[in-house]
Write a protein of this length. Sequence first.
Length: 463
Amino acid sequence: MIRFFRHYVPLSILLLVGLEFALFYFASLYAASHFGVRPPFGPAHELADSLKPWLYSFLMTLIIAMFGLYDWEWTKGLRSLLVRVLGGFVLGLALLAGGARLLPGLFAQDQELLGVILLSAAGVLLTRLAFVQWDNARAFKKRVLVLGTGSRAAKIEEMIARGQALGLNIVGYLPLGGSHHYVPHERILDESGSLLDIVERYGIEEIVVAVRERRGGGLPIAELLDCKLSGIRILDLPAFFERQTGILPLESVNASWMIFSEGFHSGTARDLVKRVFDLTVSAGLLLLTLPIILVTALAIKLESRGPVFYTQERVGQFGRPFTIYKFRSMFTDAEKDGLPQWARLNDDRTTRVGRIIRRLRIDELPQLINVFLGQMSFVGPRPERPYFVNELSAQIPYYNARHSLKPGITGWAQVRFPYGASVEDAIGKLQYDLYYVKNHSLFLDLMILLQTAQVVVLGKGAR
């Protein structure tokens, strides 16, 4: 893992991005030389010709990222890979063909465009198939030893089952005196000798401490120090999950860890940069989606009686209430008994138009008003209703920590976790929100925007 501005990015993903960017660049040069029409001589035309492969590479990298090809779901099967590659390059072909009509000097046309798309698609498929084989090879994975075999260590096994142990080979679990084992017995190492001897015997590069009780001799501090001084990386469970999964696990963090750990920073400069970012992105999105906004408003008005917009009180930064604006997606009597309700899968309270705009996330667009008013950011934890905030903060530790930042239209929990509709879901989402509160930066905001586009394109997590 490589850390950019406090956010972890798998090294293998960075290598894949770089490799495919280069693939797009050389595919563009090849197509231009074999299928393209040589531009008229002149400095302006030569400049456009030199920019063409760079522009193509940048746009195609963004487009296939929108289809989740730099996430790990594409590795779940050949069908998933083919669907994403096909969708990405069909969209790329359409957008580039439109660009060629507007700016013919900067975009490939006709045979050159078709040639570069086919070369790129074939190259991406071959690269991905080779990448899966390389990533599955244990020789290239970091060898990790887990101290402990209890319920905390079992969380690592669950993480492996979800395919989140990227770049890791969990060699096994070393028991530290506990009588109850929650990990598979065949994964438990029955070894004697010092911890350093075991580390050298198995070629361990990293140790993860997954022990609940560390006082009273529950943890071999002296032996861990020997390993540390020998160059072995030592991680506690929260730091390990933060790096591998982008969450802060509630069962493993406590107030002292949050106080003394790196992160959870804010300041005037960061707030100013985020405010400029919010206004810039929101203004651009408003201009791009204005036709969609007008069509949506008309469709809502024609389908059912009631207002086009839906307003509701939500809890904002530092617990201050504010009024949120959304397109109305439900019938006007959706909560006729007066009690707030969680959204449900295939919710029968939604209108036909409402189901469509929810799936495409169009119902969130009026929240741009809240962003311009300074009540929300474009990226941040989603704001909840006061009723649910009171309920959840009474049941979930550190829930109010998410209110230290402005709420957002989209967020880390929204792109990483399914739609929340229960207390259990709220716990899962909070673990992502805490990660964002700890590590928020402009770089992470950009990553979230890119994954939000993927959520919209693939229709994931909507209700």
